[in-house]
Design a protein around this ligand. Sequence first.
Ligand SMILES: [Zn+2]
Ligand SMILES: [Zn+2]
Length: 231
Amino acid sequence: MPRIDSASSQREGDEIEILTFAGGPFVQNTLLVVCEDGRTGLLIDPGAATPEALAAARERELEIAALLLTHAHVDHVDGIPAAKAETGAPIHLHPLDQPLYDNAVEWAAFFGVPCDPLPPPDVELEPGVNLSFGGSEFEVVFVPGHAPGHVMFVSTSHPLAIVGDVIFRGSIGRTDLPNSNYGVLMESIRSHVLTLPAETRLYPGHGPETNVGLERGTNPFLLHLNGSRWA
Ligand SMILES: [Zn+2]
Ligand SMILES: [Zn+2]
């Protein structure tokens, strides 16, 4: 069963809503972002629970403006064929994850999960560039380490960030995979995640949401970074 979380900002008439649909053997989170205009939707990392996310988008009569990928591990892209077929929305991917994307079907076979061939990405994500959809704006931030072309999407108007597999509640992304790098991941977390305001909500690719302050204080994988190095 998909798990659905909903979070709204406190600001009246200026809401952004993030619905989380968890599914598949990796219990991956497919996110449906409802933009501030209330009519535009974004699908982020369409994985195994993509059918449930698409159903929610239909129910709310959202127009899906983009399929955004934090990275191209197979559990984050195996819903792309269905999402693209239904919405026709452009697929955004950082070019350094193109090789992973191109091999998704092989990776799926390796893990024993189904994955149809993926349509090619439409847009190259560019770090430092802001993406605007339906009155909501996100900065694309380059956070490699778990995957070579991993990015996160940081709201420019609300304290929230969609972080993929960089950091989880009480944990960090795997770095035992091909093309992963522990040192690079730690530097991404130290310089780009922990430097966000403490109240920033983090929406990860697996598990529950968390926030920067909680992870600074309690994440066992980050305690050695203590000493206000992110101040
Ligand atoms: Zn991953
Ligand atoms: Zn993942």
